[in-house]
Design a binder for this molecule. Structure first.
Ligand code: GMT
Length: 371
């Protein structure tokens, strides 16, 4: 099949899922055309069967806001028409689903009928999408999609609760490849911690919804009991506040801000516990990526996280903001009688979401639509 994938090219989870999905489909022989405004961060170099089409955004002085959606729809029309695509798969509803709807209507006037699949990822529904200013367009575009998927049961419930949806929504979880192994990490652990110290890790885009300050507060409690280090990967609006908090708590020498890293597997491989205290999380791909490296997870119990992290097995779940409970659970995982069991369980739980199980679910939808 020839598939157009529309995505955000940044470090966000939806872009990562879309890119990894496209790469895996290309490996199976499908022809994949990524359409977005810059090279997706996880795309890397040349990959057979993969093509990248850049949407250029016009910088005209009349526009206070660039008409990205219009340019994206035009690019979709062009790519579908001249690359003879069979379908379009858009990741993240805003504004990709409405641009796909527009492209579909335009192509119809050219005698081309192209189906589009919309995958809902999370904040397009739970935060941004719920804003009344977006609601009518999101409802319409979801209902007009030829197929709709959501990354968790929780996200499906939220979508049905907040929008008037008539379309079916198929749950297709995030996925992971288990090719990379903890023991293959090229990162020298001793550069970050001594043998006695445990390493806590958090990866995110440092938005408010991630509650990154909670990670520092949990760490402040942990280090009083167990010698440890905290590694932060990623960057975003809350980073400065977090750096300030480290200074206020005199923890700077124990906490490293590594910034954005394309492939987080190396850092995860030297970590002992992953901390994800988010306010809400439709799935929690970052937690799954940690588990795939055998890292147990301390997380909140919100949104779709309980579908991924199993309480008392792959890690622990606590109420949002309950840093005391999270710190106690973390110490339980770090107990030398427990750590290896949690590590093995985390890896086992990641196996539920291997790409070989999830990819056919997408292919199934594509096949039905293209028929
Ligand atoms: O929150 C992010 O990291 C970015 C965001 C996105 O859409 O780019 O992630 C969402 O989609 C991921 C992939 O499906 C999910 O694993 C994340 O849980 C979800 N984030 C939230 O719901 C806050």
């Amino acid at each position: 099949m020839k598939i157009g994938i529309v995505l955000y090219p940044t470090f966000g989870g939806s872009g990562v899922v879309a890119t990894e999905l496209g790469k895996a489909l290309a490996k199976k022989g499908h022809e994949i055309h990524f359409i977005t405004y810059s090279q997706p961060v996880r795309l890397g170099g040349f990959i057979q069967n993969v093509f990248y089409h850049e949407v250029s955004v016009t910088d005209y002085p009349l526009f206070d806001f660039q008409p990205y959606e219009t340019e994206l729809a035009s690019k979709m029309v062009d790519v579908v028409k001249y690359e003879k695509l069979d379908l379009i798969h858009v990741h993240y509803a805003i504004p990709h689903a409405s641009a796909a709807f527009m492209a579909k209507q335009i192509l119809r006037t050219h005698g081309i009928n192209i189906p589009y699949v919309t995958t809902l990822h999370g904040t397009d529904i739970t935060l941004v999408g719920r804003d009344p200013s977006f609601e009518p367009v999101i409802t319409f575009c979801i209902n007009e999609s030829d197929a709709v998927t959501a990354v968790s049961e929780s996200l499906k419930r939220d979508t049905l609760k907040h929008f008037n949806i008539k379309n079916d929504i198929t749950v297709i979880p995030n996925f992971i490849s288990l090719d990379k192994k903890r023991e293959d990490s090229e990162i020298n652990r001793s550069l970050y911690a001594t043998d006695e110290q445990r390493i806590l890790c958090h990866v995110s885009n440092f938005r408010k919804v991630k509650r990154v300050e909670d990670v520092i507060r949990i760490f402040a409690k942990t280090i009083k009991k167990v010698p440890s280090k905290l590694l932060f990967v990623g960057d975003g609006p809350e980073r400065y506040r977090c750096e300030q908090l480290c200074r206020e708590l005199s923890l700077c020498e124990h906490i490293l801000f590594l910034g954005k890293i394309r492939d987080t597997s190396g850092v995860l491989a030297i970590s002992d516990v992953f901390v994800l205290p988010s306010e809400t999380e439709s799935f929690g791909l970052a937690a799954l990526e940690a588990m795939a490296m055998g890292v147990p997870v301390i997380s909140s119990n919100s949104g779709g996280i309980p579908e991924v992290n199993i309480h008392g097995f792959s890690g622990y779940l606590s109420d949002v903001g309950d840093v005391d409970d999270m710190a106690n659970n973390l110490l339980d995982i770090l107990d030398e009688n427990n750590l290896n069991r949690f590590r093995a369980n985390a890896l086992k739980q990641a196996g539920v979401f291997t790409i070989s199980k999830i990819l056919p679910m997408y292919e199934d939808i594509y096949t039905k639509l293209v028929k």
